[in-house]
Design a protein around this ligand. Structure first.
Ligand SMILES: [Fe+2]
Ligand SMILES: [Fe+2]
Length: 224
């Protein structure tokens, strides 16, 4: 990629042929295993949510754009392997950028991508925090491809049960609210916590990096 001194934009990354191929290939490989959508659909969804979170909290237009880019490329490393894909995504992103990578903004994106699965530490920046929140709250049931989810393991059944997911960032109250509607004929609320406890804690850590409290509502009841 040749930026030629031009500023990196989300549109440039979204339309980059290399990145498009990585997302398409990942999606095809995961489709064979009925695994959740990890392709362009998830990338675009995460990008929009990451941007919205920083926008609602009053971060600059440029910070919103960097978070949007980071969220779009965060899973491209799955093209190599699911294991360690956070770091491979960051490295592949740096490769795509090529000689233009010696730029602080590029490293802000790469470090956010590189730590997005590390639930043992706080996200390293507001951009990283927005990416974590956008990614870890993407539990939309339509990401599941299997036709009959009763044969799936508990993780997939919980995702299949999440009929509606909304994330709301509120600058006045300095909180981030996750509203989930669960179909309890598919899984119980306890199942949700059993499967998603570590990711819920991670969302809490990410919210605190943005100086916000994290609140979780399931079927209108407040749990956190
Ligand atoms: Fe990931
Ligand atoms: Fe992801």
């Amino acid at each position: 990629m040749h930026l030629m001194g031009e500023i990196l934009t989300f549109e440039t990354i979204k339309n980059n042929p290399e990145i498009q191929v990585y997302l398409e290939f990942t999606d095809r490989a995961f489709a064979l295993t009925d695994y959740k959508d990890h392709g362009r659909g998830h990338a675009l969804h995460a990008a929009n949510i990451a941007e919205q979170i920083l926008k609602c909290l009053g971060y600059s237009r440029r910070e919103q754009e960097l978070a949007k880019i980071a969220a779009f490329v965060h899973d491209i490393g799955n093209v190599v392997s699911k294991h360690g894909h956070d770091q491979s995504s960051a490295k592949i992103f740096l490769n795509v950028i090529g000689e233009d990578k010696y730029n602080e903004e590029i490293f802000v994106i790469a470090s956010a991508v590189g730590c997005h699965e590390d639930k043992t530490m706080d996200p390293v920046s507001p951009i990283a925090a927005a990416l974590v929140l956008a990614d870890k709250t993407d539990v939309r049931h339509d990401r599941i491809r299997a036709k009959n989810f009763y044969y799936l393991d508990k993780h997939f059944r919980v995702v299949a049960a999440c009929q509606k997911v909304d994330i709301v960032a509120n600058k006045k109250r300095m909180n981030i609210e996750l509203w989930i509607k669960i179909d309890t004929s598919i899984c119980s609320v306890m199942d949700y916590f059993e499967i998603f406890m570590s990711r819920t804690n991670y969302c809490r850590r990410a919210s605190s990096v943005l100086n916000c409290n994290f609140e979780l509502y399931i079927n209108e009841d407040k749990f956190l």
